[in-house]
Ligand binder design. Sequence first.
Ligand SMILES: Cc1ncc(COP(=O)(O)O)c(C=O)c1O
Length: 360
Amino acid sequence: MARVYNFSAGPAVLPEPVLKKAAAEMLDCNGSGMSVMEMSHRSKDYEAIIDGAEAHLRKLMDVPANYKILFLQGGASTQFAMVPLNLISKSGKADFINTGTWSKKAISETKRYGTANVVATSEDKNFSYIPKVAKEKFDAAASYVHITTNNTIEGTKYNVLPDTGVVPLVADMSSNILSEAIDVTKFGLIYAGAQKNIGPAGVTVVIIRDDLIGKALPICPTMLNYETHAKEKSLYNTPPTYGIYISKLVFEWMLEMGGVPAMEKINKEKAKFLYDFIDGSNLFKGTAAKEDRSIMNVPFTLPTDELTEKCLKEAKQNGLVQLKGHRSVGGLRASIYNAMPMEGVKKLVDFLKKFEGSNK
Ligand SMILES: Cc1ncc(COP(=O)(O)O)c(C=O)c1O
């Protein structure tokens, strides 16, 4: 079967050259005579892989020397607990902006370890926008402020970061890391599950400023303490070795493509192409507020469930898959991560146009 255009929200499409390289190296990686999956994580061969992954990511995101990059496990969901376990001790409280399903989960997990104050929420409109929060609204004594920079399900993203003053900003960047240029110094901690813009599920990237390490609550398990992993360069125990290897290949692909600025340009073009069509359509309707729309996840609806089902079915017949929207928003959702080429988006728009024409 030919490869499809995969619009999954995650695990998501990976760059084809990366998959081909991994296939070519499956039986013998770099003259080692074995697959990466069979290598000791303490071997020289593997050390080159994990060090390379870190160096590439540091370069791609321009991560300053006073930040550690960690490759962890447990998905972004484990970070919902790790962040408070490690960072809340200063005051016992943290501020949150609630912008959707994933923010909510971060908030409820934090409540196990301290006070989670919701400073603003967009729940009143089904999380279809990003609340603007003035600096004075934040508690200057909070240990940190947590945001979800891109809301995978609701299709919104921050275009302007909140000004939290000296309070460290913590970001769940799972679904838009590496999609556009960001200033890492604006954040105390960034975390992201890999399975969208980085690599396969099973790897979680954490970028943390040095001064935030070493302040974990006494109850914090060793494996959930950032200090453990920072000290051992993500090799305290066996890391997700193959996932980190694929992530390294993805970073190499991105660097060859021109890095984050090149990705950002293509991502904005792809998103514009799709949103322009949706905005001009009489059948499809975008669900997110225009000024806060994500360039990674594009949710849109049809007037009836029947038409939605029909559209999904016909899309699949045309090699356009995993377009079903999340049940909390309904309709369709096209996730157009870095590895989705412009041709995929063009093919999608072409199909949607034809569908509209025959379902007036
Ligand atoms: C923004 C965001 N945060 C957190 C998660 C949860 O990630 P994981 O499944 O890696 O725990 C997801 C998953 O899609 C997500 O999109």
